[in-house]
Design a protein around this ligand. Structure first.
Ligand code: NAD
Length: 302
């Protein structure tokens, strides 16, 4: 029998969650809640959900529900998550888990106290190409990581000036609402930073921050991030780079589907690339396509 879930918040991202869970053999969504009637009606027409409520409380009080999925704006995550755990439910938080560190710590303690599982939807960790990149960090096959950087030119087509996204009290700001994906990714790849610096830039003539940049040092790896909400959707661009002692690695796309590794190889490394790494990659991406190009190093005197 499948685990029964209830989702709170039926806005833009809930559709992605609901669509992907339609194919799940483990979880079925049996209930949903949204304070807006048009969202409830739309979900009712699109998905097969038995009960759609106007109050999250109806999900907490339904004893048949084991998992609560929280997909509301971020400032509500902590309070809804707390109530769900108090009712003995496991919680799947849309990112960010909450908008302050104190709230996150409180949620973590509560999940331990109540013996429920609570997790945050950090999608990057499940991307096959980032799993391959993780392998390069773990094996250090191309040496130590020297530098990591992210360039993220995001769109604001669906973000009018009064959208909750621009209000740091509701979203947590760009770092917490959006950058958290890559902060989590980098910490998963190389651990916690020892120093962090960041700056923000206001949009001309508007009281809203649309660009942030930051630098962090993790062990001896220098990491920098840039997020700008300045582009139309068709012109978005995201690139994530990792530079090792003997390799440049580039992943292209918000959800990357392309990875380029330019590396200094020794003759015994061919087996690692063609057997170990690609074999692992095919576990996640059975139709992965690879192109290998070799360049010989010139030696002095030749
Ligand atoms: N994992 C990802 O890649 C990813 C991508 C996009 C968004 N998100 C996250 O998903 C969450 C939702 O984002 P969105 O873009 O769908 O927002 P949205 O504004 O489109 O939808 C939020 C919905 O929550 C409803 N809501 C508000 N208060 C409520 C309450 N008290 N009870 C029930 N429903 C309530 C609103 O009516 C709205 O329909 C955010 O935390 C966002 O960061 C995650």
């Amino acid at each position: 029998m499948k685990l029964k879930a209830g989702i709170i918040g039926l806005g833009g991202f809930s559709k992605i969650i609901l669509k992907s869970l339609e194919r799940s053999r483990i979880v079925e969504v049996v209930a949903a809640a949204d304070i807006r009637q048009e969202m409830r009606l739309e979900a009712d027409e699109t998905f097969n959900i038995s009960n759609i409520y106007d109050r999250a409380e109806d999900i907490f009080s339904d004893s048949s529900i084991q998992i609560v999925i929280i997909a509301t704006p971020p400032f509500l995550h902590a309070q809804l998550g707390k109530k769900a755990m108090e009712a003995g439910k496991h919680v799947f938080f849309e990112k960010p888990g909450s908008i302050t560190l104190e709230q996150m710590q409180e949620l973590k303690q509560l999940s331990q106290k109540k013996g429920v599982v609570a997790t945050v939807d950090f999608v990057m960790r499940r991307n096959p190409l980032y799993l391959i990149l993780k392998n390069l960090f773990t094996t250090q096959v191309f040496g130590l990581p020297e530098r990591v950087f992210l360039e993220n030119y995001a769109h604001d087509d669906t973000l009018p000036a009064d959208h909750w996204f621009w209000d740091p009290d509701k979203s947590g700001g760009i770092w917490v609402e959006h950058g958290v994906h890559f902060i989590d990714l980098v910490q998963w790849l190389i651990g916690q930073p020892s120093t962090v610096q960041a700056i923000k830039i206001n949009r001309d003539r508007y009281n809203l921050i649309d660009r942030v940049a930051g630098t962090a040092v993790h062990n001896s790896t220098l990491v920098s991030y840039y997020h700008g909400f300045t582009k139309p959707e068709v012109f978005e661009k995201t690139n994530f780079y990792a530079v090792f002692e003997r390799a440049y690695v580039q992943l292209n796309g918000w959800i990357p589907i392309e990875m380029e590794i330019d590396a200094l190889m020794t003759s015994d490394m061919g087996k690692y690339l063609t057997d170990d790494l690609l074999k692992e990659a095919r576990r996640y991406l059975c139709s992965i396509d690879t192109v290998l190009e070799m360049r010989q190093l010139k030696k002095f005197g030749e």
